[in-house]
Design a protein. Structure first.
Length: 446
């Protein structure tokens, strides 16, 4: 089995301990492909056939490539997210324990599985803001070594640990940072040393724990993969690959990766912010298009909301829906929900099924049990400001929100191929709601 795609994903994950690092890595990839960086506070000069990207908060990114035939153009968008559940370091972080230990004071970010974070090597990464010569600069930091650990309480002292124990994040989940020698040093000193700046120059820090365990390929036939942060770096990775290699002359192809999905997306850089709306409208204005053109481009466009889905659990098949359960290595997951937590409807499903058929990739359907509350994702949040036909899709995985998640090795290539075909496709709407499907002329898509 060819592991090329898997190894490239693992490289993405290892280079992306935080959303800041993930976006920095995507920027490098885009620049290598000839994309030009734009800035929200500066004027945009763009043109047909151009390739561009813009970031917000250094943790969200939108890249786009402009078609060459924009008489009747459409926006084709994929959306994923850069963040994963973790623990954020509080501002005054260090806690002294009886003059012998130093802990770090943290708070939970997102809905993590607490037990999965214990007794494994962790480190700290994020960004700092530092002052120099009356200017504030930003620098990413990664203490690239095994630095901290959250130790379990021995079963002899907590006999209920296997009987439904409830973790207290302020008590049970604080990482051990050092012994008594650490009492005379500070985390800020260490971060300053890593960043090669003076400690007094640091004016702000956004620091997070991350899991140091190496990604792995495993299973009787090497059919499974495991790593930190599959949700949703795997979605970002696969849509990015399809975006880079897919284009249509009548489309403005857009790749969006948002921060803060795990905490509700209600931030300036989240999916429910103005970031996508601002970007699309600025593209439209910079190209000399009208507001009427913009609305037409949305009406004939489509968005893929890509976030992973729950595979049927081998130990607990009862948690899955009776007829809409999904499995790793059996294709792209199309997610549906009557209450529209997933935005897929018959129109979007039909369009995407045609894409999958053309790409020769399998697909499967996921729905929550009707008596269980599921999670939400990006698609329905984006609709508040940017409304267009949207489908929620993803790849099947186990242990979602664990510090170490598992997925199928075959599914990634299927998703990349389908996303590539999506970007190669233009939908032309007729007055009677008929849709003509027009694809780029190419002999080989992948």
């Amino acid at each position: 089995m060819d592991h090329t795609t898997t190894k490239e994903l693992f490289k993405w994950i290892k280079n992306s301990p935080t959303p800041f690092h993930a976006i920095a890595y995507m920027k490098q990839q885009l620049q290598a492909e000839g994309y030009q960086e734009l800035f929200e506070h500066k004027e945009w000069n763009i043109h047909p056939s151009g390739k561009y990207f813009v970031t917000r908060n250094q943790s969200s990114i939108i890249a786009f490539q402009i078609g060459t035939d924009l008489q009747d153009y459409s926006f084709h968008i994929s959306a994923s997210h850069s963040d994963s559940p973790t623990f954020k370091i509080k501002e005054n972080a260090q806690i002294e324990i009886k003059g012998k230990y130093t802990q770090l004071n943290t708070e939970g970010y997102g809905g993590m599985i607490c037990a999965s974070w214990m007794d494994r090597p962790l480190s700290i990464a994020g960004r700092i803001i530092y002052k120099q010569n009356d200017r504030l600069y930003t620098k990413l930091v990664d203490v690239n070594k095994d630095l901290v650990l959250i130790p379990s309480v021995a079963i002899h002292m907590n006999r209920n640990v296997n009987d439904g124990f409830k973790w207290n994040k302020q008590v049970d989940m604080l990482p051990l940072y050092g012994g008594k020698e650490t009492l005379h040093n500070t985390l800020k000193q260490q971060i300053a040393k890593e960043a090669d700046v003076e400690e007094s120059a640091i004016y702000g820090m956004d620091l997070y724990l991350y899991n140091r365990m190496e990604p792995s390929i495993w299973g009787a036939n090497q059919e499974f993969i495991s790593a930190p942060r599959f949700d949703d770096l795997q979605g970002a990775f696969t849509t990015f690959q399809g975006f880079i290699n897919g284009t249509h002359a009548k489309n403005i192809a857009v790749f969006a990766c948002f921060d803060n999905e795990e905490v509700g997306s209600l931030t300036k850089q989240g999916a429910e912010s103005t970031f996508l709306y601002d970007t699309l409208t600025r593209i439209n204005v910079a190209l000399g298009k009208t507001k009427e053109d913009y609305h037409r481009a949305l009406a004939s466009g489509m968005m893929l909301s890509v976030d992973n889905a729950h595979a049927l659990h081998p130990n607990h098949p009862e948690y899955a829906d009776a007829t809409n359960s999904v499995y790793m290595n059996e294709g792209i997951v199309i997610k549906t929900h009557a209450g529209q937590k997933y935005t897929s409807d018959a129109h979007a499903i039909a369009l995407f099924k045609d894409i999958c058929d053309y790409a020769h990739v399998p697909y499967q359907f996921y729905a929550n049990r009707s008596d269980m509350v599921g999670g939400s994702t990006l698609g329905n949040l984006v609709q508040r400001l940017v409304s267009l036909s949207t489908i929620d899709i993803g790849l099947a995985q186990l242990a979602m929100h664990s510090a170490y998640e598992t997925a199928g090795i075959k599914d990634m290539d299927d998703m990349i191929h389908a996303v590539q075909v999506f970007y190669h496709t233009h939908f032309q709407l007729e007055s009677d709601h008929t849709i003509s499907i027009i694809r780029s002329e190419t002999n080989k898509l992948f």
